[in-house]
Design a protein around this ligand. Structure first.
Ligand code: AMP
Ligand code: MN
Ligand code: MN
Ligand code: MN
Length: 275
């Protein structure tokens, strides 16, 4: 069992790094990567915990990028979290994230949600605010019935509290990940709701700029979807990665390490560091 995509309280997950480690241990996960959004704050903590255990810790991050009008996520695996290029980039991304969060808070305040900025920071417990923190606030304040509804009414692209963010480009993400010794993975390729033609364009752009793998298995997926991505992996000569995208028990449909297996015809990404 492996999991190369999950989130802790350092971004928008609800489990501490320690809780994630305990879960991974209990489930017999062999290789684990914590991939918080635009931060490596929990990576050393997980590494220390894993050092004395049966779990191989793979240093990870999930970078937000901008491609055309889409927010595309690039997971970096096997990175060096102390590398200057990664850290400079994290600083820039954090600035974008903070600016965007203040803009979202302003919009919601104007719509009538008072003290939004203070309240959302309280929910996050830090200033590394992600949209799910706003979604939780909207639910707590009775503005939306569910997190999903908060997204579809306010926070998703085209909705009143969606703010275009000046994230880095895909080539920049791949360059920084690779510079630090890591491998770049195009995260959950079917989540962007692209047409097949557009998806192929995205994958080609990723591959042409040095990307290594597609996340063939991500969270809750149908067999048909996994097979579609496995075929795209073959077509574009990419490795295959797999992760639950676990955000904590209440926030995820798939538990840590409980996602499907990578199809046999794929080249698994771990062969890049196991050889
Ligand atoms: P951000 O990085 O701040 O743009 O937030 C992105 C995160 O929001 C994703 O990693 C998901 O955890 C969550 N998310 C995005 N879209 C939805 C949605 N439609 N419903 C629930 N959660 C979502
Ligand atoms: Mn998330
Ligand atoms: Mn993502
Ligand atoms: Mn994720």
């Amino acid at each position: 069992m492996i999991d190369f995509h999950c989130h802790s309280t350092y971004s928008d997950g609800s489990d501490s790094v320690n809780k994630i480690f305990e879960l991974a241990l209990a489930r017999g996960i062999r290789q684990l990567a914590l991939t918080d959004h635009d931060t490596v704050a929990g990576v050393e903590e997980l590494r220390r915990l894993c050092d004395d255990s049966s779990i191989l810790c793979i240093n990870g991050i999930e970078f937000s990028t901008r491609w055309k009008k889409h927010d595309i996520h690039i997971v970096g695996l096997h990175i060096n979290p102390l590398h200057p290029e990664i850290n400079n980039r994290i600083d820039l991304q954090q600035k974008c994230r903070l600016e965007r969060a203040k803009d979202i808070a302003d919009i919601l305040e104007n719509l009538g949600l008072s003290n939004c900025w203070i309240k959302v920071q309280k929910i996050a417990g830090h200033t590394h605010i992600a949209r799910p923190h706003f979604a939780q606030l909207l639910v707590e304040e009775g503005w939306s019935a569910t997190i999903q509804q908060a997204f579809s009414t306010y926070l998703s692209r085209g909705k009143p509290a969606y703010v275009v963010t000046n994230w880095m480009s895909i080539p920049e993400a791949i360059r920084d990940i690779t510079a630090s010794g890591g491998f770049a993975v195009l995260a959950h390729p079917l989540k962007y709701k692209l047409t097949h033609t557009k998806l192929c364009e995205l994958i080609k752009h990723f591959k042409d700029n040095g990307g290594h793998a597609l996340e063939v298995v991500s969270g809750d997926m149908q067999n048909k979807e996994v097979n579609e991505l496995a075929e795209l992996c073959e077509k574009y000569e990419l490795y295959a990665s797999s992760g639950s995208d676990y955000h904590g028990e209440k926030r995820s449909r798939v538990g840590l390490g409980a996602q499907r297996c990578i199809p046999e015809q794929c080249r698994p990404i771990w062969t890049l560091w196991e050889c």
